[in-house]
Ligand binder design. Sequence first.
Ligand code: ATP
Ligand code: MG
Length: 522
Amino acid sequence: MAERAAKQLELNKSELPNSITEVIATLTRAGFDAYIVGGGVRDTLLGLRPKDFDAVTDAKPHEIKDVFGKRCRIIGRRFQLAHVYSGRELIEVATFRGPPTNDANTNQDGMILRDNVWGDIQQDFSRRDFSINALYYQPLKGIVHDFCGALDDIDNRIIRLLGNAPVRIEEDPVRLLRALRFKAKLGFEFDEALSAQFNDGNWALLEQISPHRLYDETQKMFTGGYLVPLLPLLFESGAIDSLIIYPPSEPSALVNQVAINTDKRIAAGKSINPAFFYAALLWENYLHQLAKAKKRNMPFAEAQMHAAGKVIDRQRIKTAIPKFAEQFIRDIWILQPKLAAPRSKQIVQLSEHPRFRAGFDFLLLREQCGDAEHPLSESTNDMGDWWQTYQTLSEQEQQQAIDEFDENIRRGAYKKGQRGRGRNRQESKTQTTDNATPNQNSTKQNKADDRAEKGRNDQTMVNDSSNIPARRRRAASQSKAGRTDGGRHNVQQVEQDNNELAQLQQLSLANKKTIGKPASKA
Ligand code: ATP
Ligand code: MG
């Protein structure tokens, strides 16, 4: 065992939050051993801001309760620990764990069902998951205990399971998910023994983990601020199959876009709802179910509810999405066509919807990544821009914008069929010629509406084959029909033309983005 001076490691008591120092000091005064352990030590050593500080002590849960009284609550069955409030902060205080003593604590696969056997600090360190999470820092005494070369692993940026790797995964397969999370967060590499644990057999063990625990784990993953590096790891490792129903082979453009946005929001200290990421992850599933329900001629609103319910019910088998999160996800999805093609009478009501902001953000993100191009997706009509502007207006200006919205509809600027809810890309394609006439009578005041309309026209132009030179158009339609043009166009030529066509479409999409700047206040 190595005992190091905290000072040598540049750990300074004064840099810790008062809450954790107070909890350690109170336990020490009461005659117990107490340390900071886990991410609080690891991240401070790495110069990162720890998400939280966890404490560990030789005091048993009821003794911790005696020390802190009303500000302590004992929680957990599988892993009992104390929640201690210090000011407004909540500190998790665990009791040193020892090895499981009898079969009642594990199942026949060696999985730990209950981990409530008390032990000493030496036993406790070997029960922790990774070496980098097993440093014990006593800030009042200014010492750090390193029982397992954890400091070297931090220096070498290595994630290493403590003990026998396969046994530690059998005990608790959630450690695989934790390993991916720490890899993404810290940019460390797995050692060989840990790398070897990412196999189908071990992923199958996750099926025995309760959906509640897996939901908690996904929450930690989605709200850590490192979703962008984590996403490819979840897909490449196969973890995603344990977490999401019918996952695609790689993250969709929307999922990537939402990941970028989520990390940015967290870095800027903005609030995020982890269910928002679920809404993106399950969006394609929802669209698929919605298309099926529509085919069965269900009324649209009913089809939406049916599809959302089906997707979330199935997902619950993997991760237990709580009721409030379910409502949030459902509202985001159901708001999409309403925001994309609002009726003017609904605009105020929509903007006051408790989930308006989330639904609007989702709409914008869909626009940013070209989600409307997805075969099952519906056009956003570039309404993200309209709503963005709308929110910047005074009450009076908002009313004016609504009146002008009505006026535009009366003048036929938004063609009837175009505003129908549930309109999909196919329909928008067929309406291209109808919509191709720009709104010529526009005045300064209806700038926002014009912009939305212009966006609609731009959108339709992307899909409008009349923008494509004739030779390419022919090639495209021929390739769709699966034939070549009597030798004049060989397969290669058609392929090349198709590539050009795709590039052209992308260019039009890129142009579209420059149109989407918010309008200045009218
Ligand atoms: P962060 O809080 O930044 O996500 P952390 O390392 O503090 O990371 P927590 O989930 O807060 O992670 O857990 C605190 C500590 O408890 C860990 O550092 C680790 O020592 C131990 N621990 C947590 N979960 C497990 C587990 N499944 N198996 C073994 N030890 C664990
Ligand atoms: Mg922690």
